[in-house]
Design a protein around this ligand. Structure first.
Ligand SMILES: *[C@@H]1O[C@H](CO)[C@@H](O)[C@H](O)[C@H]1NC(C)=O
Ligand SMILES: *[C@@H]1O[C@H](CO)[C@@H](O)[C@H](O)[C@H]1NC(C)=O
Ligand SMILES: *[C@@H]1O[C@H](CO)[C@@H](O)[C@H](O)[C@H]1NC(C)=O
Ligand SMILES: *[C@@H]1O[C@H](CO)[C@@H](O)[C@H](O)[C@H]1NC(C)=O
Length: 520
């Protein structure tokens, strides 16, 4: 709709003037040095969450619990260094409330407001065993396996007892997997007894029910097909955790257990260990370890084999590849912030303006899955701290940047009494009056024009000389609504800059104006 010739004139002139001004970068003037981390809190114990900011004083720090501002009372103290103390952490209080939930630290100074990452606070707990060990019968030189499972926070550590005493972990026939499994290979008569598992974490210590192992003499020289008694489970872990892939094979002669990846890629050697006779342990997992793992049990010297498989999914918390940078821009220009985060699964991005969720619309646009925030024709209202929040199922992180709108005394004011009138189906006349102050520096005006239904990027400009104070826009579409605003164009006085306030060639914007062309 906009003809090429019309688009060019003003942008060309402005482009030269503006290039000199863009790219003034300064610090965010308010940012986090230390943010609260996720914590598993112990019941009835004090809990301290930390928050430190750097910024121009005075800075006030407050805390939000599940979105609501925390008030200072006997239960909560916010220290001057920003830390929050919960004197007596309780999962359930007498009034039905809970200290569990999301906590955010909110910092504010004259430049704006920033919100920290969301720290997830959970109470340490231990449920009852949901899998109890079961009594088993094993043949001499065969395999015995016990398992117990219990939910808890933090993850309970599981150990085993035999006849009331800790099992002999020095005996290499005994393999204890952190997942709550006890494997005994090459079973002997003296292994028979009563077994139970013990779970402990910061919340409790619990004993499982007892299970009995009975051992009978073997017919070991009889051939038995290789068989996989227990194969690997599907696992979802977060980076740096340890993966245990279990595989217990039986048969005579004893089968050889080996591991591979279904996609044919090598398993590697770093951080890889075999526990007991065939379990695979991967310490410090990374996203590259995600895949389907296949355990194979081979009859020695043959191709006879059985397999079992399990999928390992490794998640990575969101982290920034590119964080938004603070910028200073003259009034009326466009400000762009970019933010890119990586993680597994792909993080979602959202933006805050002075701590409030930024709702795009009008002259504020979010593009490329929220990785680009563009603010067109900035005004004083857009000056704020902008935060990019990246979040996925493995964690959340934030980065902040400030937009400074450059403006100073001695500049011309905003054009006033702007009016628009449809003259015909294809023309609209816009008129205005000079700004109230400092009009002597104005060399002309810029009229911004856009079909109301078009996105802001489609806006184009027409230049108008300083004496006319009105302009007829031609070649418009009939019965169509258009949006206008105008700005003065002025000669920066003296070109020299003082501190952070360089000369600006555009005045503020007049209010937006809507006008429709006539019907044909
Ligand atoms: C903040 O002050 C409190 C009370 O003096 C102290 O316990 C806490 O450790 C301090 N926080 C940091 C991060 O140093
Ligand atoms: C693991 O996940 C696959 C699908 O990805 C499913 O077919 C299989 O049954 C699961 N195995 C177990 C042990 O849950
Ligand atoms: C983009 O951010 C807004 C809030 O700033 C959020 O409501 C929306 O869901 C986000 N969209 C995507 C694709 O992440
Ligand atoms: C936005 O995200 C979707 C799904 O995460 C992806 O397929 C698409 O390529 C992304 N688009 C851009 C412009 O990054």
């Amino acid at each position: 709709m906009a003809s090429a010739g019309r688009r060019c004139l003003v942008p060309c002139v402005l482009g030269i003037l503006l290039n000199a001004l863009i790219g003034v970068i300064c610090e965010a003037e308010l940012s986090f040095v230390l943010e609260p981390s996720d914590v598993i809190a112990v019941q009835e114990q004090p809990l301290m969450l930390h928050c430190q900011v750097s910024g121009l004083p005075p800075v006030t720090i407050q805390w939000r619990h599940s979105g609501l501002l925390l008030i200072q009372d006997q239960r909560h103290t916010t220290f001057s260094n920003g830390s929050l103390l919960i004197a007596h952490f309780l999962k359930t209080r007498s009034d039905g409330s809970s200290d569990e939930g999301d906590y955010e630290c909110v910092a504010q100074n004259s430049f704006g407001l920033v919100v920290s990452r969301r720290a997830r606070i959970q109470a340490a707990t231990m449920a009852n065993f949901h899998v109890q060990p079961e009594s088993v019968h094993a043949e001499e030189s065969g395999v015995a396996r016990f398992q117990c499972q219990i939910h808890g926070l933090p993850e309970p550590v599981i150990s085993w007892e035999k006849d009331g005493r800790p099992v002999d972990t020095g005996d290499e026939r005994y393999t204890l997997l952190p997942t709550g499994v006890l494997q005994i290979t090459g079973v002997r008569l003296e292994d028979s007894g009563r077994f139970c598992c013990v779970a402990h974490n910061s919340a409790a210590v619990k004993h499982s029910a007892e299970a009995v192992l009975t051992v009978s003499g073997s017919q070991s020289s009889v051939y038995k097909e290789p068989m996989i008694l227990v194969g690997p489970e599907n696992l979802t872990l977060t980076v740096h955790q340890t993966a245990i892939l279990e595989c217990v094979a039986t048969g005579y002669p004893r089968p050889i257990v080996s591991w591979s990846r279904l996609d044919g890629r090598p398993i590697g050697v770093e951080g890889i260990q075999v526990l007991g006779t065939g379990n695979l342990m991967i310490s410090d997992v990374g996203v590259q370890h995600s895949g389907v793992y296949v355990c194979a049990a081979n009859k020695p010297g043959t191709r006879v084999r059985r397999t079992a498989q399990g999928r390992l999914v490794v998640q990575a918390p969101a982290e920034f590849v590119q964080a938004p940078q603070s910028i200073a821009r003259p009034v009326g220009t466009t400000a762009i912030f970019t933010c890119q985060a990586q993680g597994e699964p792909e993080p979602q991005l959202a933006w805050l303006k002075n701590g409030q969720v930024l709702e795009p619309g009008g002259h504020v646009k979010l593009k490329n899955n929220n990785s680009t925030l563009t603010i067109y024709g900035i005004s004083q209202d857009d000056e704020a701290i902008y935060q990019c929040i990246a979040e996925n199922s493995a964690g959340s992180t934030q980065a902040s940047a400030r937009l400074t709108v450059l403006w100073a005394d001695g500049l011309p004011g905003v054009p006033t009494r702007v009016r628009a009138e449809a003259l015909s189906p294809t023309t609209i006349q816009v008129s205005w009056k000079e700004p109230g102050q400092n009009t002597q520096d104005i060399i002309g005006y810029v009229l911004h024009i856009r079909r109301t239904s078009d996105p802001v990027e489609e806006e184009y400009e027409e230049a108008v000389n300083k004496v006319t104070l009105q302009h007829i826009i031609r070649d418009l579409e009939p019965s169509t609504s258009y949006t206008f605003y105008c700005q003065g164009l002025h000669v920066p006085r003296g070109q020299q800059t003082v501190g952070l306030a360089p000369p600006r060639p555009l005045t503020g914007r007049c209010p937006r104006l809507l006008c429709s062309t006539r019907r044909c």
